[in-house]
Design a protein around this ligand. Structure first.
Ligand code: 3PG
Ligand code: MG
Length: 405
């Protein structure tokens, strides 16, 4: 049984449904560069509209200090309408007379998007007054923005105390995938944790080491672990002050009988750019002027053989400097192997956080993983074992509703 209510538990017909979505999508030259977050919203929006609800979308964009035309949601509405395949209206404020009039004009099945919630200072302060003004616009609240669930903001958290609150289909799907990844996984579980710095992933590593059988450490952060083993890492990124921490994590792994897998070879170059001359070296042969830009073929084979004996994979962060060819090779090869094991039903593969989705898009495997989250910080915080305010409030609300019955 789930611990929150969903669209299965409510009749939306004729009602005003405030749906918190995440339209914080990357935009380049005025165009949406990646519509994944919008695509994931199709089920919730079309279901509510088809059941005769009035859909009112709430979203933030960027981190504005106040109203800022550069960060308006208006241009995104046109893009979202195209992706969702339905007309979407727009109101130039998310509260007050402008929003109220636009909402009053809605007919069942209509979709309206309100202006950037962060144009009001109260949003990021979880201000109850802003939440009250937002809540006046709706009869029901639906949370469908997992990627902002780690923020205790007025349109995410405070508002959900004021209206009957439900999880949308994207949030349901996300939580089901996360449950399969760590709460109730098929074992053995392997985690791949990459990225530049150990310092940004300390909580993640500490939580995962107790929950997975094997932890593959990837990306720049592997260098700090290699240095902790006394290996020379040349000019590669390495956080010297975190070497003791890396040693502690390896000691914890030994005492819990968990396996930590580090690179055994590397692709090195003199500088960090596309197509610079590079060579493969054993990990203990990294020269003083070498930068480590990717894992080598033996490390790729090692990672793939770990995956072949795993039943579940949780992946956050790339192996190498995937933005620059050919240093995307390690990430692409391992991702390809994970996608094949997934297709053969031998592996449940779940990935997300930060630039992981961009890396897996480069590898063209996103559609072939069991689930790829579009969330950055929220995915990480969930893997770190933290409570997400935007999810917790749905659980509290359900519990309160159950007691009231
Ligand atoms: C994101 O893209 O990470 C979410 O939309 C949350 O945005 P924020 O990091 O600015 O709170
Ligand atoms: Mg973020």
């Amino acid at each position: 049984m789930t611990s929150f209510r969903s669209l299965d538990d409510v009749d939306v017909k004729g009602r005003r449904v405030l749906v918190r979505v995440d339209l914080n999508v990357p935009v380049q030259n005025g165009e949406v560069a990646d519509a994944s977050r919008i695509e994931r919203l199709i089920p919730t929006i079309t279901e509510i509209a088809d059941k005769g609800g009035k859909v009112i979308l709430l979203s933030h964009y960027g981190r504005p200090k106040g109203p800022d035309p550069q960060q308006s949601r208006k241009p995104i509405v046109a893009a979202a309408a195209k992706v969702i395949g339905r007309p979407i209206g727009f109101a130039a404020d998310c509260i007050g007379p402008v929003a109220e009039q636009a909402v009053a004009a809605l007919r069942p099945g209509d979709i309206l998007c309100l202006e950037n919630t962060r144009f009001h200072k109260g949003e990021t302060k979880n201000d109850p007054e802003l939440a009250r003004q937002l809540a006046r616009l709706g009869d029901i609240y639906v949370a469908d923005a997992f990627s902002v669930a780690h923020r205790a903001h007025a349109s995410v958290e405070a508002i959900a105390h004021l209206l009957p609150a439900y999880a949308g289909r994207a949030v349901q799907e996300e939580l089901a995938a996360l449950r399969r990844a760590l709460l109730d996984p098929e074992r053995p579980v392997t985690a791949i944790v990459g990225g530049a710095k150990v310092s940004t992933k300390l909580d993640l590593l500490s939580n995962l080491i107790a929950r997975v059988e094997t932890l593959i450490i990837a990306g720049g952060m592997a260098n700090t672990f290699l240095a902790a083993q006394g290996k020379a890492v040349g000019k590669a990124l390495c956080e010297i002050d975190l070497i003791p921490t890396a040693s502690d994590i390896m000691a914890k792994a030994r005492s819990l009988k968990r396996e930590i897998v580090l690179p055994v070879d590397a692709v090195v170059a003199a500088k960090f750019a596309a197509h610079v001359p590079s060579r493969v070296v054993d990990i203990d042969q990294v020269g003083a002027d070498d930068m480590i830009l990717d894992i080598g073929p033996r490390s790729i084979a090692q990672a793939i053989s770990v995956l072949a004996r795993s039943k579940t994979l949780v992946w956050n962060g790339p192996f190498g400097a995937f933005e620059f060819e050919p240093f995307d090779n390690g990430t692409v090869e391992v991702a390809e192997a994970a996608a094949e094991l997934t297709a053969d039903r031998r592996l449940v593969s779940i990935a997300g956080g930060g630039d992981t989705m961009a890396a897996l898009n480069v590898a063209v495997v996103t559609g072939r993983f069991t689930y790829v989250s579009t969330a950055g910080g929220a995915f990480l915080e969930w893997l770190e074992g933290k409570t997400l305010p935007g999810i917790e409030v749905l659980q509290t609300q359900r519990a309160a509703a159950a007691t009231a019955v």
